[in-house]
Design a protein around this ligand. Structure first.
Ligand SMILES: Cc1cc2nc3c(=O)[nH]c(=O)nc-3n(C[C@H](O)[C@H](O)[C@H](O)COP(=O)(O)OP(=O)(O)OC[C@H]3O[C@@H](n4cnc5c(N)ncnc54)[C@H](O)[C@@H]3O)c2cc1C
Length: 344
């Protein structure tokens, strides 16, 4: 059961006051080193667009460090407060732990909007908050029309819907690739405040974080990489996938992605899958190698700024979305392209 707490408990001894003006609460994620996750910077830019007072909440053992970093690294005139809780129960952002705290913040009707990135964490947390507050969240927003009207893709990107939200509080998830990151600079007037944990809410939950089994890589993170080299079924096997794609990705300092066919065939880890049931990316440059361009794959990459497709089938659908198409054998074109780029 969610126990409501008085504002005094929630905000400790601080003097947080509800000014009854519209304001936005933005949830910012950090990685385990305490750096702000890039998609949160895009979400902050979207949140800033509401043009009302912005309050950021950062949770987990690194929250204080991250709050200071955020304050000194982004330029946001309407950023008024950064609320932090360094309680380690929030590390890893288990929604069962994070949800009750955010719900208590949102019970303050001062907040007309709650904004998070539609990241794995955001997608985990948002529905829980929606259920606890009996509000309908709106996910994967690609455009904010006004304070209650949002654009989001549905049916794997085949339909772009514009939705109007009549709820007093709007819970929204931002598709990070559709928004620029917030401008760099500093937000000197923002105040950093500690918030107390909501006692009793999560300690009774029979859920604990065990461990994370993540693929460590020196490469740029796929969702935020400015260049992505992606391979499909034509790569034949894991060894060929790596042999052909890695040198090209190295020379371009690009992230590596794949189609579901490539993932299902065991060419690479499933964290590299791009598409409807994988990651959504929108890099400056996307090179599709031996990828047919199935609608489910396009759903994850068609917003890339420049798309280059290499395929031996002139009728491959990928050419319809490509800015540059190279028709031919990937086993000839990719090594040649890599060699030429290495010489630049
Ligand atoms: C519910 C659902 C969800 C899905 N989600 C996703 C998703 O998230 N992401 C995703 O990618 N897919 C997804 N799929 C699968 C999707 O429908 C396609 O099957 C998949 O994207 C095809 O991958 P591919 O392009 O690698 O393979 P193929 O469609 O087999 O294409 C291979 C391409 O390589 C070309 N080729 C072959 N040899 C060479 C060569 N030597 N030189 C040059 N070109 C060559 C061929 O001409 C062909 O165009 C989903 C499907 C369903 C039903």
């Amino acid at each position: 059961m969610i126990r409501s707490v008085s504002r005094k408990l929630l905000f400790g001894g601080s003097s947080f006051r509800c000014n009854r003006l519209a304001s936005t609460l933005a949830f910012v994620e950090t990685n385990k080193e305490g750096s702000i996750v890039p998609s949160s910077l895009n979400a902050l830019n979207a949140a800033r667009g509401f043009n009302n007072d912005l309050v950021v909440v950062i949770l987990g053992s690194n929250a204080s460090k991250a709050a200071s970093k955020l304050k000194s690294s982004i330029k946001c005139e309407n950023l008024k407060k950064i609320l932090v809780s360094t309680d380690e129960q929030f590390d890893n952002y288990l929604p069962e732990k994070v949800g009750p705290l955010l719900v208590n913040l949102l019970k303050d009707k001062e907040f007309t909007h709650f904004v998070t990135a539609s990241s794995a964490v955001g997608k985990n947390v948002l529905p829980r908050i929606g259920a606890l507050l009996d509000l309908q969240p709106i996910c994967d927003i690609t455009k904010i029309v006004d304070s209650k009207t949002f654009v989001r893709p549905i049916y794997a990107g085949n339909v772009i819907s514009t939705v109007e939200c009549t709820q007093a509080q709007k819970l929204i998830g931002i598709r990070a690739s559709a928004f620029d990151p917030i401008a760099e600079g500093s937000s000197d007037t923002a105040v950093i405040e500690d918030i107390a944990t909501v006692e009793g809410d999560s300690s009774s939950l029979q859920i604990e974080w065990e461990n994370a089994n993540l693929t460590e890589s020196e490469r740029p993170e796929l969702s935020s990489a400015s260049k992505v080299v992606a391979g499909g079924r034509a790569l034949k096997d894991k060894a060929t996938f790596e042999k052909l794609l890695t040198p090209l990705a190295d020379v371009l300092h690009a992230g590596i992605g794949a189609t579901r066919a490539a993932v299902d065939s065991g060419f690479c880890d499933n964290s590299l899958q791009i598409g409807q049931t994988g990651r959504v990316v929108a890099p400056d440059l996307y090179i599709a190698i031996g990828i047919s361009g199935a609608i489910q794959h396009l759903a994850g990459m068609k917003d890339s700024k420049v798309i280059v497709a290499i395929n031996n089938d002139p009728d491959a659908p990928i050419f319809k979305v490509a800015d540059f198409g190279l028709q031919g054998d990937i086993y000839e074109i990719v090594p040649e392209l890599t060699k030429k780029l290495e010489k630049l």
